[in-house]
Structures are given as C-alpha cells and as structure tokens.
Design a protein around this ligand. Sequence first.
Ligand code: GFB
Length: 319
Amino acid sequence: MPPAIDRNEPVFVSGHRGLVGSAVVRRMEQAGFGNILTVARDKLDLCDPLAVDRWFREMRPKYVIHVAGKVGGILANSTYPADFMYDNLLIHATVLRSAQRYAVAKLLYLGSSCIYPRDCPQPIREEYLLTGPLEVTNEAYALAKIAGLKSCQHYRDQYGCNFISAIPTNLYGPRDNFDLQGSHVLPALIRKFHQAKLAGDREVVIWGSGKPRRELLYVDDLADACVFLLDNYEDKATINVGTGQDISIADLAKLVAAVVYPAAELVYNTSKPDGIPRKLLDVTRLHNLGWRHKMELRDGIQATYQWFLEHCQASVAAE
Ligand code: GFB
C-alpha cells in the first residue's frame, strides 16, 4: 500500500474554477482534506515559470492534483491548435517543474482519452499510447497532454518524484462549458435542445454523421477517482479512468432529447467533423484496484440539465 495521504497537509488543485477542478475540490472537502490550496487565474498565470515557481516556494503544497489546462470541444481544438499547444505545453511544464523543485510528495496529472492513436484497437488499453498517429482535430492538444504525461514519468526517472498520471475519458457535468463554439458535445446538446424548446423549433442540428461513439464519465465520478488514485496508486504506468461503456452520438442526442425536449427532430450536419470514430477506454486496471463509476448516463444528463437550468438559463433565454 502507498503511504497514507495526510488530509491536513496542503494540497494544490490547479484549475479549480473549471469543470474538473471544481469537482475535485468538492470531493476533497467531502473526503476530509482540510488545507486545499487554489489560486485564481488573475493572481497566478500558470504559463509563467517564474511566477509559478514563486507561488510554490511560498505556498509549499505537499500534494498536487494538476488539472489546469486549456480545454475545448472539437471545433475549438481544430480552430485554435497553436493556442491549445502553447498554453498546455507551458502550463504542464511550469507546474511539474515547480513541483519537483519544491519537493511535492505526490502529484496526480490528468491526460485525456484523445491522446491515444486515432485508430487504435478498442477498448483502448494503457499500453497503446504512442503506438500510432493522432486524430487531426485534436493533435495539438493531444501532443501537449502527452508531453505532460511523459514528463511525469521522466521526473520519476531522473529525480525520483512521486508523480502519477491518469487518462480520463470524455467528461461532463455541473460547471461544464455550454458555449456552442467552445463546448464538448453533451453540454452543446443540452443547450441546443433547451433553446429549440424555448423557441418552439422542432429541428435540432447535430454536428457530423452521428456515428462516432463516445464514452462519457460524470465529473463527480472522475473527482472520486482522483482521490482514490491519490490514496491508492503509485505506479509509473498511467491508468485509464472511464465507465467502460460508450454510445453513438446519435443515441446520445436521443437520450438528451428524451430528458430536455422529447418532441425534437434530429437533423445531421455532415459538413461538421466527426473526429475520432471511437475512443472507449479499457478500465480493467482501475476495476482491479476496486474503483467503479457510480453515475449512469441518463441520471448524469438529468443532473447536468438541472444545473444548467439553475445557472445558465437566464443567459440562454435572453438570446
Ligand atoms: O465532444 P466533442 O466536441 O469532442 O465532439 P471530441 C464529439 C462528437 O460529437 C463529434 C459531435 O463527432 C462531434 O461532431 N457533435 C454533434 C458535437 N453535435 C455537436 C455539437 O453541437 N457540439 C460538439 N462539440 N460536438 C474532443 C477533443 O474531441 O474531446 C479534445 O477535441 C478533448 O481534445 C475532448 O480531448 C475530450 O470527443 O471529438
């Protein structure tokens, strides 16, 4: 068993305002962590190595859950590849370097299932990383994420740092980005069906062919897995985090329609990209450690729609 994580020691959660970071903070509070460090973007630019170094020197986190990064859906990734590459390369480089310099006792880094080769066998096992070409729509983001993940392993090898990494599948949940230009598919669908219902439009446009398949994990489940891995995982090898189940975009759209707007008619815009045909993670390694997801997809969509109604409805209704 790895040494116990002391709940009273300072833990830095980077990116605490985002979908994942906010869920990780919620989960850590429930799990009894009493000294969670966060820092707002306007107080610390994670792309700035000197500023990050100063912050670590002053705050001395003992543990780090590093989830900060520039993220977005298929359109944002393919429109701004240079920015996705630059921001993510720097954010991972600065945080890992400072964590090594200031002797962080354990760091958890999160990858993304899009870092696996585009056409690798399904379900995707951890050892398929770097065995083939990447999906072009998210190549820049994936390369930066891979650089971060491999850096964790190199810091282990060169400096003996206890840096571990995990690869989550596509995520969704409360505090997701519902902006149609930047969002992932699930929040986009929730918003589109909701807007169509308000406007009385029957037709809702789904990007692409509807044939790609995606595995979707509720973000609170990922946060639970992060705490679980911090407590129980110590290997150099990365580990997949997912549900082990996937669904076609067409069936996902029908499921969202059933929750938000059952009268909707689905129309496909095939001029929009499909992206990776399928990325279903093999979660055997995680299951063997004793962790499983709890939230089923329909319930998760319901919970996310409820959050959207409580937090974003006014801005959508005003359009
Ligand atoms: O979630 P998504 O944007 O990203 O798109 P990826 C998933 C699939 O849903 C694609 C389709 O086949 C889209 O064409 N889709 C249908 C839509 N309607 C919509 C819509 O209204 N909005 C969006 N966004 N998609 C991202 C990567 O890939 O996944 C990132 O670009 C990241 O790098 C993330 O890793 C997890 O799953 O294709």
